[in-house]
Design a protein around this ligand. Structure first.
Ligand SMILES: *[C@@H]1O[C@H](CO)[C@@H](O)[C@H](O)[C@H]1NC(C)=O
Length: 362
Protein backbone atom coordinates (compact mmCIF):
# COMPACT_ATOMS: atom_id res chain seq x y z
CA UNK A 1 0.00 0.00 0.00
CA UNK A 2 2.84 2.36 0.89
CA UNK A 3 4.59 1.77 -2.41
CA UNK A 4 1.35 2.32 -4.26
CA UNK A 5 0.68 5.56 -2.45
CA UNK A 6 4.21 6.74 -3.12
CA UNK A 7 3.84 6.16 -6.82
CA UNK A 8 0.28 7.51 -7.12
CA UNK A 9 1.05 10.65 -5.17
CA UNK A 10 4.36 11.44 -6.90
CA UNK A 11 3.15 14.92 -7.71
CA UNK A 12 2.10 15.61 -4.17
CA UNK A 13 4.63 14.00 -1.87
CA UNK A 14 3.29 15.87 1.14
CA UNK A 15 -0.20 14.45 0.65
CA UNK A 16 1.35 11.01 0.17
CA UNK A 17 3.18 11.05 3.46
CA UNK A 18 0.13 12.44 5.20
CA UNK A 19 -1.90 9.48 3.91
CA UNK A 20 0.70 6.99 5.10
CA UNK A 21 0.41 8.42 8.57
CA UNK A 22 -3.35 8.23 8.32
CA UNK A 23 -3.08 4.55 7.42
CA UNK A 24 -1.16 3.90 10.62
CA UNK A 25 -3.93 5.43 12.66
CA UNK A 26 -7.44 4.35 13.51
CA UNK A 27 -8.67 6.24 10.45
CA UNK A 28 -11.92 4.36 9.96
CA UNK A 29 -13.34 5.93 13.10
CA UNK A 30 -12.17 9.44 12.24
CA UNK A 31 -14.67 12.12 11.36
CA UNK A 32 -13.20 12.41 7.89
CA UNK A 33 -13.23 8.65 7.20
CA UNK A 34 -15.25 9.01 3.99
CA UNK A 35 -12.92 11.68 2.70
CA UNK A 36 -10.00 9.37 3.36
CA UNK A 37 -11.71 6.51 1.52
CA UNK A 38 -12.32 8.74 -1.49
CA UNK A 39 -8.68 9.86 -1.49
CA UNK A 40 -7.37 6.34 -1.03
CA UNK A 41 -9.79 4.56 -3.33
CA UNK A 42 -7.41 4.43 -6.28
CA UNK A 43 -4.54 3.11 -4.16
CA UNK A 44 -6.78 0.53 -2.53
CA UNK A 45 -7.99 -0.79 -5.86
CA UNK A 46 -4.48 -0.94 -7.32
CA UNK A 47 -3.25 -2.90 -4.29
CA UNK A 48 -6.16 -5.32 -4.25
CA UNK A 49 -5.76 -5.95 -7.96
CA UNK A 50 -2.07 -6.64 -7.51
CA UNK A 51 -2.90 -9.27 -4.92
CA UNK A 52 -5.78 -10.71 -6.95
CA UNK A 53 -3.76 -10.99 -10.15
CA UNK A 54 -0.48 -12.01 -8.60
CA UNK A 55 1.06 -14.93 -10.46
CA UNK A 56 4.18 -15.30 -8.36
CA UNK A 57 2.38 -17.33 -5.68
CA UNK A 58 3.18 -14.73 -3.07
CA UNK A 59 -0.40 -14.91 -1.79
CA UNK A 60 -2.38 -18.06 -1.18
CA UNK A 61 -5.51 -18.69 -3.21
CA UNK A 62 -7.86 -17.71 -0.43
CA UNK A 63 -6.27 -14.30 -0.02
CA UNK A 64 -6.20 -13.59 -3.77
CA UNK A 65 -9.82 -14.53 -4.17
CA UNK A 66 -10.75 -12.38 -1.21
CA UNK A 67 -8.84 -9.47 -2.77
CA UNK A 68 -10.64 -10.06 -6.04
CA UNK A 69 -14.05 -9.90 -4.35
CA UNK A 70 -13.13 -6.73 -2.48
CA UNK A 71 -11.76 -5.09 -5.59
CA UNK A 72 -14.94 -5.91 -7.53
CA UNK A 73 -16.99 -4.32 -4.75
CA UNK A 74 -14.88 -1.15 -4.73
CA UNK A 75 -14.94 -0.79 -8.50
CA UNK A 76 -18.70 -0.70 -8.62
CA UNK A 77 -20.13 2.73 -9.42
CA UNK A 78 -22.72 2.20 -6.72
CA UNK A 79 -19.93 2.12 -4.13
CA UNK A 80 -18.10 5.12 -5.56
CA UNK A 81 -21.15 7.33 -5.73
CA UNK A 82 -22.15 6.29 -2.20
CA UNK A 83 -18.85 7.21 -0.58
CA UNK A 84 -18.65 10.47 -2.51
CA UNK A 85 -22.17 11.49 -1.47
CA UNK A 86 -21.62 10.43 2.13
CA UNK A 87 -18.38 12.38 2.20
CA UNK A 88 -20.11 15.52 1.00
CA UNK A 89 -23.29 15.12 3.02
CA UNK A 90 -21.41 14.48 6.24
CA UNK A 91 -19.08 17.42 5.69
CA UNK A 92 -21.82 19.62 7.17
CA UNK A 93 -21.74 17.86 10.53
CA UNK A 94 -18.05 17.02 10.68
CA UNK A 95 -16.94 19.95 12.82
CA UNK A 96 -19.99 19.55 15.03
CA UNK A 97 -19.29 15.86 15.59
CA UNK A 98 -15.64 16.46 16.26
CA UNK A 99 -16.39 19.19 18.76
CA UNK A 100 -18.80 16.93 20.61
CA UNK A 101 -15.93 14.58 21.34
CA UNK A 102 -13.60 17.33 22.44
CA UNK A 103 -13.08 19.07 25.75
CA UNK A 104 -15.88 20.84 27.62
CA UNK A 105 -15.36 24.09 25.70
CA UNK A 106 -15.63 22.28 22.39
CA UNK A 107 -18.79 20.47 23.46
CA UNK A 108 -20.19 23.78 24.60
CA UNK A 109 -19.44 25.38 21.25
CA UNK A 110 -20.98 22.37 19.47
CA UNK A 111 -24.17 22.86 21.48
CA UNK A 112 -24.23 26.46 20.40
CA UNK A 113 -23.64 25.61 16.75
CA UNK A 114 -26.46 23.08 16.35
CA UNK A 115 -28.92 25.65 15.02
CA UNK A 116 -26.45 26.78 12.38
CA UNK A 117 -25.69 23.17 11.41
CA UNK A 118 -29.37 22.38 10.99
CA UNK A 119 -29.80 25.57 9.03
CA UNK A 120 -27.00 24.61 6.64
CA UNK A 121 -28.44 21.12 6.18
CA UNK A 122 -31.89 22.49 5.42
CA UNK A 123 -30.36 24.86 2.92
CA UNK A 124 -28.74 21.83 1.23
CA UNK A 125 -32.06 20.02 1.16
CA UNK A 126 -33.82 23.04 -0.34
CA UNK A 127 -31.20 23.24 -3.08
CA UNK A 128 -30.52 19.54 -3.42
CA UNK A 129 -30.66 19.72 -7.24
CA UNK A 130 -27.60 21.94 -7.31
CA UNK A 131 -25.71 20.13 -4.57
CA UNK A 132 -26.46 16.70 -5.95
CA UNK A 133 -25.40 17.71 -9.45
CA UNK A 134 -22.04 18.73 -8.07
CA UNK A 135 -21.63 15.61 -5.91
CA UNK A 136 -22.64 13.36 -8.77
CA UNK A 137 -20.14 15.05 -11.05
CA UNK A 138 -17.43 14.41 -8.48
CA UNK A 139 -18.47 10.73 -8.40
CA UNK A 140 -18.47 10.38 -12.20
CA UNK A 141 -15.12 12.18 -12.41
CA UNK A 142 -13.62 9.77 -9.89
CA UNK A 143 -15.14 6.77 -11.66
CA UNK A 144 -13.79 8.01 -14.96
CA UNK A 145 -10.32 8.26 -13.47
CA UNK A 146 -10.59 4.69 -12.19
CA UNK A 147 -12.21 3.37 -15.40
CA UNK A 148 -15.38 2.42 -13.57
CA UNK A 149 -18.48 2.57 -15.81
CA UNK A 150 -21.31 4.77 -14.59
CA UNK A 151 -24.33 2.54 -14.20
CA UNK A 152 -27.31 1.88 -12.02
CA UNK A 153 -27.30 -0.89 -9.46
CA UNK A 154 -28.30 -4.26 -10.94
CA UNK A 155 -31.97 -4.44 -10.17
CA UNK A 156 -32.62 -1.02 -11.71
CA UNK A 157 -30.54 -1.45 -14.82
CA UNK A 158 -33.41 -2.92 -16.87
CA UNK A 159 -35.41 0.25 -16.53
CA UNK A 160 -32.78 2.37 -18.20
CA UNK A 161 -31.89 0.26 -21.21
CA UNK A 162 -33.44 2.96 -23.35
CA UNK A 163 -29.93 4.35 -23.02
CA UNK A 164 -30.78 7.84 -24.13
CA UNK A 165 -30.13 10.25 -21.32
CA UNK A 166 -28.49 7.40 -19.47
CA UNK A 167 -26.46 9.80 -17.37
CA UNK A 168 -29.44 11.87 -16.45
CA UNK A 169 -31.35 8.79 -15.35
CA UNK A 170 -28.48 7.71 -13.10
CA UNK A 171 -28.07 11.19 -11.73
CA UNK A 172 -31.73 11.43 -10.80
CA UNK A 173 -31.80 7.91 -9.48
CA UNK A 174 -29.00 8.65 -7.01
CA UNK A 175 -30.51 11.97 -6.07
CA UNK A 176 -33.73 10.26 -4.98
CA UNK A 177 -32.17 7.08 -3.66
CA UNK A 178 -29.18 8.54 -1.89
CA UNK A 179 -28.66 12.30 -1.64
CA UNK A 180 -32.12 13.31 -0.46
CA UNK A 181 -32.62 10.46 2.05
CA UNK A 182 -29.09 10.91 3.41
CA UNK A 183 -29.55 14.60 4.13
CA UNK A 184 -33.04 13.96 5.54
CA UNK A 185 -31.64 11.22 7.73
CA UNK A 186 -28.87 13.43 9.09
CA UNK A 187 -31.32 16.23 9.86
CA UNK A 188 -33.70 13.83 11.59
CA UNK A 189 -30.86 12.19 13.49
CA UNK A 190 -29.67 15.54 14.81
CA UNK A 191 -33.19 16.51 15.83
CA UNK A 192 -33.81 13.18 17.54
CA UNK A 193 -30.56 13.07 19.45
CA UNK A 194 -30.25 16.75 20.30
CA UNK A 195 -33.64 17.83 21.49
CA UNK A 196 -34.08 21.38 22.64
CA UNK A 197 -33.82 20.17 26.24
CA UNK A 198 -30.63 18.29 25.57
CA UNK A 199 -29.04 21.34 24.01
CA UNK A 200 -30.18 23.46 26.93
CA UNK A 201 -28.52 20.98 29.26
CA UNK A 202 -25.29 21.01 27.24
CA UNK A 203 -25.22 24.78 27.48
CA UNK A 204 -24.90 24.33 31.25
CA UNK A 205 -21.35 23.22 30.47
CA UNK A 206 -20.49 26.87 30.89
CA UNK A 207 -20.50 26.01 34.60
CA UNK A 208 -17.10 24.44 34.03
CA UNK A 209 -14.71 27.21 35.09
CA UNK A 210 -12.47 26.92 31.99
CA UNK A 211 -15.49 27.37 29.71
CA UNK A 212 -16.77 30.15 31.92
CA UNK A 213 -13.50 31.99 31.59
CA UNK A 214 -13.55 31.64 27.81
CA UNK A 215 -16.92 33.36 27.87
CA UNK A 216 -15.45 36.14 30.01
CA UNK A 217 -17.67 35.06 32.92
CA UNK A 218 -20.75 36.57 31.37
CA UNK A 219 -22.75 33.36 31.34
CA UNK A 220 -26.32 32.68 32.32
CA UNK A 221 -26.94 29.10 33.31
CA UNK A 222 -29.98 29.97 35.44
CA UNK A 223 -32.20 29.79 32.42
CA UNK A 224 -30.70 26.56 31.07
CA UNK A 225 -30.65 24.82 34.45
CA UNK A 226 -34.40 25.35 34.76
CA UNK A 227 -35.12 21.87 33.55
CA UNK A 228 -33.34 20.38 36.55
CA UNK A 229 -34.99 22.54 39.18
CA UNK A 230 -36.56 19.53 40.84
CA UNK A 231 -33.17 17.79 41.05
CA UNK A 232 -31.45 20.67 42.79
CA UNK A 233 -30.96 20.57 46.56
CA UNK A 234 -31.68 24.32 46.97
CA UNK A 235 -33.37 25.59 43.83
CA UNK A 236 -34.25 28.89 45.50
CA UNK A 237 -30.63 29.86 45.99
CA UNK A 238 -29.52 28.81 42.50
CA UNK A 239 -29.18 32.33 41.23
CA UNK A 240 -27.16 33.56 44.18
CA UNK A 241 -25.01 30.44 44.14
CA UNK A 242 -24.22 30.83 40.46
CA UNK A 243 -23.25 34.42 41.09
CA UNK A 244 -20.80 33.33 43.78
CA UNK A 245 -19.49 30.56 41.53
CA UNK A 246 -18.70 33.07 38.78
CA UNK A 247 -17.15 35.57 41.16
CA UNK A 248 -15.04 32.82 42.75
CA UNK A 249 -13.46 32.01 39.40
CA UNK A 250 -13.34 35.48 37.97
CA UNK A 251 -11.40 36.83 40.96
CA UNK A 252 -9.29 33.77 41.56
CA UNK A 253 -5.69 34.07 42.68
CA UNK A 254 -3.00 34.24 40.01
CA UNK A 255 -1.81 30.69 40.46
CA UNK A 256 -5.24 29.06 40.68
CA UNK A 257 -5.84 26.80 37.71
CA UNK A 258 -9.26 26.69 36.15
CA UNK A 259 -10.82 23.21 36.17
CA UNK A 260 -11.04 22.24 32.52
CA UNK A 261 -13.86 19.72 32.61
CA UNK A 262 -16.73 18.33 34.64
CA UNK A 263 -14.57 15.71 36.29
CA UNK A 264 -12.01 18.25 37.54
CA UNK A 265 -14.78 20.58 38.71
CA UNK A 266 -16.41 17.81 40.71
CA UNK A 267 -13.08 16.98 42.34
CA UNK A 268 -12.72 20.48 43.82
CA UNK A 269 -12.50 20.29 47.61
CA UNK A 270 -14.94 23.20 48.06
CA UNK A 271 -17.50 21.99 45.53
CA UNK A 272 -19.70 21.02 48.48
CA UNK A 273 -20.29 24.69 49.17
CA UNK A 274 -21.97 24.89 45.77
CA UNK A 275 -24.53 22.11 46.07
CA UNK A 276 -26.64 23.24 43.12
CA UNK A 277 -23.63 23.54 40.81
CA UNK A 278 -22.48 20.13 41.97
CA UNK A 279 -25.90 18.64 41.22
CA UNK A 280 -26.05 20.12 37.72
CA UNK A 281 -22.50 19.00 36.94
CA UNK A 282 -23.32 15.48 38.07
CA UNK A 283 -26.36 15.41 35.83
CA UNK A 284 -24.33 16.73 32.91
CA UNK A 285 -21.69 14.09 33.39
CA UNK A 286 -24.16 11.32 32.66
CA UNK A 287 -25.68 12.82 29.53
CA UNK A 288 -25.06 10.29 26.77
CA UNK A 289 -22.63 12.31 24.67
CA UNK A 290 -20.46 13.71 27.42
CA UNK A 291 -17.11 12.04 27.80
CA UNK A 292 -15.59 12.17 31.25
CA UNK A 293 -12.31 13.25 29.79
CA UNK A 294 -9.82 11.85 32.23
CA UNK A 295 -11.88 8.76 32.96
CA UNK A 296 -13.10 7.79 29.57
CA UNK A 297 -10.13 5.78 28.37
CA UNK A 298 -9.76 3.48 31.40
CA UNK A 299 -13.54 2.92 31.43
CA UNK A 300 -13.52 1.86 27.84
CA UNK A 301 -10.56 -0.42 28.49
CA UNK A 302 -12.36 -2.00 31.42
CA UNK A 303 -15.43 -2.56 29.28
CA UNK A 304 -13.35 -4.26 26.59
CA UNK A 305 -11.67 -6.33 29.26
CA UNK A 306 -15.01 -7.38 30.76
CA UNK A 307 -16.34 -8.36 27.35
CA UNK A 308 -13.19 -10.25 26.46
CA UNK A 309 -12.97 -12.27 29.65
CA UNK A 310 -16.69 -13.01 30.06
CA UNK A 311 -18.23 -15.66 27.85
CA UNK A 312 -21.23 -14.33 25.95
CA UNK A 313 -23.82 -16.31 27.90
CA UNK A 314 -22.50 -15.01 31.23
CA UNK A 315 -22.48 -11.33 30.36
CA UNK A 316 -24.74 -9.01 32.25
CA UNK A 317 -25.15 -5.39 31.28
CA UNK A 318 -25.66 -4.46 34.96
CA UNK A 319 -22.40 -6.06 35.98
CA UNK A 320 -20.60 -4.59 32.99
CA UNK A 321 -21.80 -1.17 34.04
CA UNK A 322 -20.67 -1.59 37.63
CA UNK A 323 -17.38 -2.99 36.45
CA UNK A 324 -16.72 -0.08 34.11
CA UNK A 325 -17.45 2.47 36.80
CA UNK A 326 -15.87 0.74 39.77
CA UNK A 327 -13.61 3.69 40.56
CA UNK A 328 -16.51 6.10 40.83
CA UNK A 329 -17.09 7.11 44.41
CA UNK A 330 -20.47 5.69 45.22
CA UNK A 331 -21.98 3.98 48.19
CA UNK A 332 -21.29 0.41 47.15
CA UNK A 333 -23.57 -1.21 49.74
CA UNK A 334 -26.42 0.93 48.53
CA UNK A 335 -25.64 0.07 44.93
CA UNK A 336 -25.62 -3.64 45.57
CA UNK A 337 -28.85 -3.40 47.58
CA UNK A 338 -30.53 -1.43 44.84
CA UNK A 339 -29.28 -3.80 42.21
CA UNK A 340 -30.55 -6.83 44.08
CA UNK A 341 -33.90 -5.21 44.66
CA UNK A 342 -34.20 -4.33 40.99
CA UNK A 343 -33.39 -7.88 39.97
CA UNK A 344 -35.64 -9.42 42.63
CA UNK A 345 -38.57 -7.27 41.69
CA UNK A 346 -38.18 -8.42 38.13
CA UNK A 347 -38.14 -11.97 39.44
CA UNK A 348 -34.88 -12.55 37.70
CA UNK A 349 -32.76 -13.61 40.61
CA UNK A 350 -32.45 -17.05 39.08
CA UNK A 351 -30.84 -15.64 36.01
CA UNK A 352 -27.72 -14.52 37.88
CA UNK A 353 -25.13 -17.20 37.34
CA UNK A 354 -24.46 -18.80 40.76
CA UNK A 355 -20.69 -18.32 40.51
CA UNK A 356 -20.91 -14.60 39.83
CA UNK A 357 -19.82 -12.78 42.90
CA UNK A 358 -21.44 -9.40 42.61
CA UNK A 359 -19.40 -7.79 45.35
CA UNK A 360 -16.20 -8.88 43.70
CA UNK A 361 -17.31 -7.55 40.34
CA UNK A 362 -18.20 -4.25 41.95
C1 LIG B 1 -14.96 17.05 -13.00
O1 LIG B 1 -13.95 17.09 -14.01
C2 LIG B 1 -14.02 18.26 -14.83
C3 LIG B 1 -13.01 18.05 -15.95
O2 LIG B 1 -11.77 17.71 -15.45
C4 LIG B 1 -13.73 19.49 -13.98
O3 LIG B 1 -13.77 20.66 -14.76
C5 LIG B 1 -14.77 19.57 -12.89
O4 LIG B 1 -14.47 20.65 -12.03
C6 LIG B 1 -14.81 18.28 -12.10
N1 LIG B 1 -15.94 18.34 -11.19
C7 LIG B 1 -15.89 18.08 -9.90
C8 LIG B 1 -17.13 18.26 -9.13
O5 LIG B 1 -14.90 17.68 -9.33
Amino acid sequence: MKNTITSLFQDNIEKGSELMEVLNSDWASRHDAFEIIVTLLHSLIVCLDKIACDSSCRWDAKISSHAFILSSALTDFDFVVTVVILKNALSFTRAFGKNLQGTASYVFSAANSLTAVLHALNEVLDNIEVYHEFWFEEATNLSGKLHIPVKLPGQFRECSTANLQHDLISENFYKDALSIPTIQHIIQGLKDIFSEQHIKALKCLSLVPAVMSQLKFSTSEEHNADKYKSDLPNPDTLSAELHCWRVKWKHRGKDVELPANIFESLQLPDIKFFPNVQAVLKILSVLPIITMESKCEPSRNRLSFYIEKTPREQRSSHLAFLNVNYDTKHDLDLMVDTYLKAVESKDKLDSIPPHTDIAEEV
